[in-house]
Design a protein around this ligand. Sequence first.
Ligand code: NAD
Length: 441
Amino acid sequence: MKIAVVGTGYVGLVTGTCFAEVGIDVTCIDIDQKKIDNLHKGILPIYEPGLEEMVTRNVEKGRLSFSTNLADGIKDCDVAFIAVGTPPGEDGSADLKYVLAVARGIGEHMNSYGVIVTKSTVPVGTAAKVRAEIEKALAQRGQSIEFDVASNPEFLKEGAAIDDFLKPDRIVVGVASERAEEVMSKLYKPFLLNGHPIIFMDIPSAEMTKYAANSMLATKISFMNDIANLCEIMGADVNMVRKGIGSDARIGTKFIYPGIGYGGSCFPKDVKALIKTAAENGYQMQVLKAVESVNEAQKEVLFDKVTKHFGGELKGRKIAIWGLSFKPKTDDMREAPSLVIIEKLLAEGCTVSAYDPVAVAEAKHTLGDTITYAKDEFDALIDADALLIVTEWPEFRSPNFEVVARLMKQKVIFDGRNIYDAKELHAAGFAYHCIGIRTDH
Ligand code: NAD
């Protein structure tokens, strides 16, 4: 089979590379010339564990290529994926301008039957708009090439994207014709051999499934953060509560860890977009509105703890931050809680010295030189009044606390991810604050 993936970001590059890995002929297309030039040199636009080796291998095998030329890329394709961004517009709805521009381009250049698949996260009704856009472009060319549209939302997690793509919990595909279903079945067959299921459904249901999945996950996080905050007030230990409820199979152990709020390129924008879609159609998503407001407040919890600890006197304090990306094993800084915390610290006159294993280049786009970027985690600690754990990178989990204590001016840790043991840190002479557990006694 021959496919094109339009949009070579986190989703498009992983999708294209994983299809090439199973032997499919893939062209990844992007309008960003620099991104494509770099990919030709073997330089990836994103950090994703294992991806670089896989890209190199498939390029060498001749199964994976990169181009800015949509016309060449989609020629004779069985399937063309649209994997461009769908950022939130000013009113919170998903901005479809990139998706529809690609659809128009496909209509202008396609030369044979193919299935045009939205892989981007798009609201219900988008596939119909994609179809209309392609038909319009074909009509302008005086052509009547047959095609199908399909919706195939992506559920990969940054940081574990390759495994998620190659061994998916499920593949969801929305189709409106048997022919499209056959093409998509054939395409995904290599990923199904070990029992991973593909679920075919109608297109609107597939489009909705992605929003429902992300909204459910965001709900779990906000719910647990709400419980954590109450635990702290009431003197309960949220870690115990988490274990207590997680052992109930109906609840499960995953995604019930308290923290400093969800971020990233998906949950915030998808929750917003679903609230907006509902409102436009006369329905209020009351649970999701609460999920969003709990999350906004949660991003400030760590800062509030810092303020309380220092009696409101923050001016001139040096704060060390471990972790900038919105979660470990990615360099994605979109909507990262670190940005909110840092902005508040700087506004109070603190200086910030931060370390992140991979996200510094991305962070600089937003934070510029407002903070110092340390060369390693220990460098960040020198003369710091406090250490904030913002992203739970594995290498932060068991540092040498004697070295930490020696480097810092004051032995104070604010742990936004609950990765340390309060008893151990108290024994080492640290003041230790975390989420959902009283540690000041
Ligand atoms: P991204 O910003 O990393 O990549 C999008 C790419 O599309 C960019 O490289 C951009 O240059 C390119 N592009 C824009 N317009 C184009 C055009 N007209 N022609 C060709 N290329 C064009 O975005 P992403 O994180 O990969 O997300 C893409 C979509 O997938 C979004 O809808 C997102 O919600 C969804 N999604 C993302 C994730 C994730 O973890 N990042 C997971 C599941 C779904």
